[in-house]
Design a protein around this ligand. Structure first.
Ligand SMILES: *Cc1c(COP(=O)(O)O)cnc(C)c1O
Length: 417
């Protein structure tokens, strides 16, 4: 414990310079951030405290899809902040009403619940699934089926549903009636179904788990299984949504509609924002008083998300994403072909791509991320074996070429190491 600072030192507390070392001193050690501290960003460029520039192919983990400090998004936020910023859900507001109309107009959904993050969206979707069965008097229908290697957030319910036991360790007792089956294995899914299943939740492309797309036949099969067994099909599109895959939502490319879908990350381009979308029938799970949040759907988040969707649905925008995605995928394939001893394969969908490390590089994604940083390129890991790329959707052909050249440099250095 440290003593509270005397009042006369307050100016120092607020205004003295900070550095990366302050993280280790004052923040809970839940993260191990990079050695540099970004201070400014624009588009895909990020600058640190020393003025060094990085090319950002991580987009804040598939969040800043329109690039950093997108002028129209900044403008929408500032305008709304100066008009009416927060009200609580005791009142509704114009931005959120317009946003709900847009989201339901653009998707399968009839109704929306707004929240502040991906985990909260999934928590809401899972609560909805159980509560819907309960509302119908179907009280034995409680089981949630999910996939191994999946990721659905960090609340106790969502880590329990997520398919990575390490995130659940030590937080028990955890919620019951959760079953895990291998991803892309329809027989395993079928074996897990029955009258006790409230919902099957799945990411169309597993993001954190290694950038693994679902097979079309898998999602089609899950749709049929859920219909057959009276369970809800929930798509977690927190990472794949809002244009990331070259389609507004990934399931639209697959031609399979869920009963419930969660979206967050890119929906706010960095402003905390999440939503649960549902059909009219599924939305009956959440009625007055059953669920809520202080900030969810506040005017600021509403105005920002509305502007984000305006940009992403602009004619030609998603075609452009698919063109850049093809360029990136081809470049990564060439890289894999040139470094068979280091790289096993590349996979993904749209501008969410994974580079699967092979041979002696397996398990070394963190070292690749660090080495890319040192070369001036920001990328992500997706598990120990996969380097993940998720650039802003507005990346140019030249920026894709620059990223590929930097990755090639990293691969060459790793080959020598
Ligand atoms: C990031 C992510 C989440 C969690 O979102 P938070 O905003 O971090 O709570 C959930 N599901 C998927 C698929 C994600 O990628």
């Amino acid at each position: 414990m440290t003593a509270a600072a005397p009042l006369e030192t307050l100016a120092g507390l607020f205004d003295a310079p900070v550095s990366r070392a302050d993280f280790d001193r004052h923040l809970m050690a839940t993260y191990a951030p990079a050695a540099f501290v970004p201070v400014r960003a624009s588009g895909l460029d990020v600058w640190d405290q020393d003025g060094r520039r990085y090319l950002d192919f991580s987009a804040g983990i598939a969040v800043t899809s329109l690039g950093h400090c997108h002028p129209a998004v900044t403008q929408a936020l500032a305008q709304q902040a100066g008009q009416i910023g927060h009200l609580s859900n005791v009142y509704t507001n114009e931005p959120v009403l317009r946003l709900a109309r847009v989201l339901t107009g653009l998707t399968f959904a009839d109704r929306v619940f707004f929240c502040n993050s991906g985990a909260e969206a999934n928590e809401g979707a899972l609560k909805l699934a159980r509560r819907l069965a309960y509302n119908r008097g179907d009280t034995q229908r409680q089981t949630i089926v999910s996939c191994t290697q999946s990721f659905h957030g960090r609340t106790v319910f969502t880590v329990s549903v997520g398919g990575q036991p390490k995130y659940m360790e030590g937080f028990g007792p955890t919620p019951q009636a959760i079953v895990h089956v291998p991803f892309n294995d329809l027989d395993a899914a079928a074996a897990a179904m029955g009258p006790h299943v409230a919902a099957f939740i799945v990411e169309p492309v597993q993001g954190e788990g290694g950038v693994t797309p679902a097979h079309k036949s898998y999602l089609e099969g899950l749709r049929a299984l859920c219909d057959q067994h009276g369970a809800l099909l929930i798509f977690d599109e927190v990472q794949t949504g809002v244009g990331r895959t070259g389609h507004l939502y990934a399931h639209q490319a697959y031609g399979v509609s869920p009963d419930v879908m969660t979206t967050a990350k890119a929906l706010g381009n960095g402003f905390p924002m999440g939503a649960v979308l549902a059909t009219e029938a599924a939305a009956a799970g959440l009625t007055v008083g059953t669920h809520g949040t202080t900030y969810g759907g506040n005017p600021l988040a509403g105005a920002v998300a509305l502007q984000v969707l305006r940009e992403v649905t602009h004619p030609g925008f998603l075609e452009q994403v698919r063109e850049r995605a093809d360029q990136l995928a081809q470049g990564l394939e060439a890289l894999v072909a040139d470094h068979p001893a280091l790289l096993a394969s590349t996979r993904g969908m749209g501008l969410l791509r994974g580079l699967v490390l092979g041979g002696a590089q397996a398990g070394k994604s963190a070292a690749w991320v660090k080495q890319a940083q040192d070369a001036g390129l920001l990328v992500l890991a997706a598990g120990p074996d996969v380097v993940r790329l998720a650039p802003a959707l507005v990346c140019t052909a030249a920026q894709v070429d620059e990223a590929l050249a930097l990755l090639r440099q990293v691969a060459q250095a790793r080959a020598r190491a």
